[in-house]
Design a binder for this molecule. Sequence first.
Ligand SMILES: Nc1ncnc2c1ncn2[C@@H]1O[C@H](COP(=O)(O)OP(=O)(O)OP(=O)(O)O)[C@@H](O)[C@H]1O
Ligand SMILES: [Mg+2]
Length: 360
Amino acid sequence: MKNALLEVTGLSKHYPVKRGLVLSKTVGMVKAVDGVSFHLMRGETLALVGESGCGKSTTARLVLRLIEPTAGSVFFEGVDITDMAGQPLRALRRRMQIVFQDPFASLNPRMTVGAILEEPLIVHEIGDSESRKARVNELLGLVGLAPYHASRYPHEFSGGQRQRIGIARALAVEPSLVVCDEPVSALDVSIQAQVVNLLKDLQARLGLSYLFIAHDLAVVKHMADRVAVMYLGRIVEIAAKDTLFARPIHPYTRTLLQAIPRPDPHRKLARQIAGGDVPSPLNPPTGCHFHTRCTFATDICRTADPALREVAPGHATACHHAEALPLLDLTESAHAAAPNAAKRLALYAEKRVTATAAAG
Ligand SMILES: Nc1ncnc2c1ncn2[C@@H]1O[C@H](COP(=O)(O)OP(=O)(O)OP(=O)(O)O)[C@@H](O)[C@H]1O
Ligand SMILES: [Mg+2]
């Protein structure tokens, strides 16, 4: 993809499973991430969704070069960073940052917020003591905190404020890519809206690109430009947000979207998907990983891996029967009408209006 900020091709991470304490031998492989490809444009938000254990965080860590891939490549700002090491890799760390789910666990309790925010500047040898102090104040302001917060410790803040500190720390070194790994799932719903809106505003102001991992489809709907759906280490569908929410193709995406509660229990919409648990990534089903839970599965699904292929411009899915599946049209705002999701979306929008008014 031309001019993409981030381009990932065939990325895999396989972990050996060992047995035996002394002469341990490898008895299998967990394919945490298995041949994932996607791109992210500048200023764009790509959401990564899927059930627990499908490989979202592992993908994020691979992109950030925190772990080594088993296969595949990562291009960042047009440069192949897959095998980068030493000084170039350290310099690269300035350009890509991460915001974690649990801000309390990721902030050092013994450091003041000022010291926490200054640390990345010191590590990357940015500015002198005075200019760093000024930058810390600027960062606090950027995330809606005040200069006097710099002398306090993480435990003196609320969950939402702590996540603001986590965001400020990520932004300290002026990255262009920010990976957000479930950044609001640990927060109270009303606080979630503030933090999600803060992330959105910062993106608009600073031109950030987000790889945004989330369980919560209401948050994804509010944040994302495009959505990639993962299942057992693979991307099974990727499309623009509106397309994906309105006309999902892959049977697994349909399951995810249909899991959102519906407003009218009498409305006839046959559940097309069987339930069941996610199979183990240690021993995933042959062929299409989803065939064990899919009511559309046929022989070919049990034997052949479906490739991720484009079925419409910008809309790709990995299903042998993509063209033959009955159309599932969720356009009539089925998601927005779901009581909880609707309330939350309204709340996000409302907070956004108030925040903009206050800022203006
Ligand atoms: N260091 C590791 N060693 C062995 N297996 C691992 C390791 N890290 C992750 N895995 C396995 O890889 C799979 C994907 O894990 P990952 O953390 O990426 O999932 P996730 O999609 O982020 O899940 P969640 O939504 O629960 O955060 C899981 O089955 C996990 O057990
Ligand atoms: Mg995770």
